[in-house]
Design a protein. Structure first.
Length: 101
């Protein structure tokens, strides 16, 4: 039986592949609850010497929020390396649907 890809993951992969071309997306994880959305990217270098400008990662946070039409209260990004894989966490704290600004 063929496994269907989450349409949200497909959008997120397209966004990161466009923003960071020297890395390939190994996996995308999405964790959701009432007030927090966490998106985790696992990336590997395509070429030996690859760097990413910090501003690109911050800009991508804003692009994700706009593309997904998130009503964001606060957000932040965490970056690390695990087993030679670059791990980027985008954490969005969302406003509740009935909450006013």
């Amino acid at each position: 039986m063929e496994e269907f890809e989450d349409p949200l993951k497909k959008i997120l992969k397209e966004l990161i592949n466009t923003a960071i071309p020297n890395y390939t997306t190994v996996k995308v994880e999405i964790s959701r609850d009432d007030e927090v959305l966490t998106i985790t990217y696992y990336l590997r270098q395509v070429v030996e010497e690859s760097t990413i400008a910090a501003w690109k990662l911050i800009e991508l946070e804003e692009i994700i929020a706009k593309r997904l039409e998130l009503d964001v209260k606060t957000s932040h990004t965490r970056i690390g390396v695990r087993n030679h894989t670059l791990v980027i966490h985008y954490i969005f704290r969302l406003r509740k649907q009935n909450q006013q600004a």
